[in-house]
Write a protein that binds this ligand. Structure first.
Ligand code: ADP
Ligand code: DP6
Ligand code: CO
Length: 354
């Protein structure tokens, strides 16, 4: 029967890991940031969200199944995404009466992250990018990546960058409506094809303080944060854009590590303090320092999001040096992904950047 017909679309979205971090909102409703940020989109070969969106007149409620569990869809930011997408679909239906009225149907969203959720590996970025694109595909919206990115930003700020590959800046913008707070590609992945990222899972457990709540506490209580957004981040954005343009790994690495340190310093300066890094994270920092000291040049750069897990950027030519140095750390790492053969505990080698 036609009224029980199910319409369906699936998509995947990649993780992006910031090298100049977003941390702070100037408008929590529209998810407008206190500073610009810049990230590298990782290959979907290892870390990705897979989301299937379906709708049917037979569905009774909007439902999100995240990693097999019913998950909250009622949050204001998720609702903002759904509302924008439905409004766009309704406009198409108004123009063409032959289109099925999908905008009036309930949605079933089935999503799976093949990496730890809410553990500081940007699950909200890949998650909302996939959610928005899956629904846009289901609704057959003629939306550009920029338009989808503006919607995904309202779900989770970092998600706006996951609609693009390569090196992506999220320009904070100045407008109150947020229409200029958007992600732009700074350079495609092909600009620097030797770039690699190694993901070290120190803990796959859900973090104690979500990114949304953590940054809110930092904005409210940290003095150091004021200096970060006024001076540190603008300088880091400029240096990072120059480093990427020139493919200058030493400069890229220094800004990446300094910006991660600056971000975690503002977390420590939050009152009460927030600690996302743990002993294994700090051991990874020391390992990177030892690799660079032994090499006599900077060949590896660590960065940590709001969680204990390290992402280490390096160039393909230094693969053996970098990966070899991390083997002694592996026993301390939390296992989460099968298939890392020959390694006692698991480590995610994400060999390519998208
Ligand atoms: P992370 O460091 O992993 O991005 P956050 O605290 O920013 O952690 O966000 C985690 C939240 O993002 C989850 O609790 C969930 O609400 C949401 N999320 C994660 N993955 C998905 C997904 N695939 N689809 C929808 N929402 C998701
Ligand atoms: C440390 O985008 O997860 O990963 O907008 O509240 O969903 P919400 O926060 P989120 O914050 C990401 C913080 C970060 C840095 C970054 O990705 O730029
Ligand atoms: Co997040």
């Amino acid at each position: 029967m036609s009224d029980t017909k199910v319409y369906r679309a699936s998509t995947t979205a990649p993780v992006n890991i910031a090298v100049v971090k977003y941390w702070g909102k100037r408008d929590a409703k529209l998810n407008l940031p206190t500073n610009s940020s810049l990230s590298v989109t990782l290959s979907q070969a290892d870390l990705r969200t897979l989301t299937t969106a379906s709708c049917s007149a037979a569905y009774k409620d909007d439902v999100l199944l995240l990693n097999g569990e019913p998950s909250d869809l009622t949050g204001a930011r998720t609702q903002a995404c759904l509302r924008e997408l439905r409004t766009r679909r309704a406009a198409l239906e108004d123009k063409d009466a032959s289109l099925p009225k999908l905008s009036a149907m309930r949605l079933l969203l089935v999503s799976e992250n093949n990496f730890p959720t809410a553990a500081g590996l940007a699950s909200s970025a890949a998650g909302f990018a996939a959610l928005v694109r899956a629904i846009a595909d289901l609704y057959e919206l003629p939306s550009s990546p920029t338009e989808l990115s503006l919607i995904a930003r309202q779900g989770s700020g970092s998600a706006c960058r996951s609609l693009f590959g390569g090196y992506v800046a999220w320009q904070m913008g100045t407008q109150a409506d947020g229409l200029d707070s958007q992600a732009v590609e700074v350079a495609p992945a092909s600009h620097w094809p030797e770039m690699r990222a190694l993901i070290l899972v120190a803990s796959a457990a859900k973090k104690g303080v979500s990114s949304t709540s953590g940054m809110q506490q930092t904005v409210a209580t940290s003095g150091l944060f004021q200096q970060r957004i006024a001076d540190v981040v603008p300088a880091n954005m400029k240096r990072m854009e120059e480093a990427v343009a020139a493919r200058d790994f030493a400069a890229f690495a220094e800004v990446t590590m300094r910006d991660s340190n600056s971000f975690h310093a503002t977390c420590a300066d939050t009152y009460p303090p927030i600690f996302y890094m743990n002993d294994v994270s700090r051991a990874a920092v020391r390992a990177v320092e030892a690799i660079n000291a032994a090499a006599g040049q900077t060949v590896a750069a660590y960065t940590f999001d709001a969680g204990p897990n390290a992402v280490v950027y390096y160039l393909e030519e230094n693969k053996d040096t970098v990966l070899g140095a991390f083997y002694p750390l592996l026993e301390k790492l939390d296992g989460w992904k099968e298939g890392a053969k020959g390694l006692k505990s698991t480590v995610q080698f994400d060999e390519t950047v998208a």
